[in-house]
Ligand binder design. Sequence first.
Ligand SMILES: C[C@H](O)[C@H](O)[C@H]1CNC2=NC(N)=NC(=O)C2=N1
Length: 95
Amino acid sequence: MTEKLTDRTALDPLLANGWALADGRDALQKTYTFANFINAFGWMTSAAIVAEKMNHHPEWSNVYKTVNVTLTTHDADGITELDVKLAQAMDRLAG
Ligand SMILES: C[C@H](O)[C@H](O)[C@H]1CNC2=NC(N)=NC(=O)C2=N1
């Protein structure tokens, strides 16, 4: 089973790129804003394919052109390398 991240410096590049630590739980959060709804949903579709391939799924909500994302590993009850990897992939897809 993937273990909770011990070397938290691995989060630094993400924290410098719009991610933040959630309040009250060990999770990463980011709000993405796209040009319009279709771009937001298209990004969600691409990210969903990556998540499914990783078998690691986001907690996310979409309102019009905004997507709020929370990443944590439920099996580990905290942030693991899977969350870092998915966050990096999401940022790559967002351009
Ligand atoms: C059975 C299935 O493999 C597990 O529930 C996977 C699915 N996707 C997951 N996604 C996330 N974010 N955390 C998990 O612990 C997790 N576990």
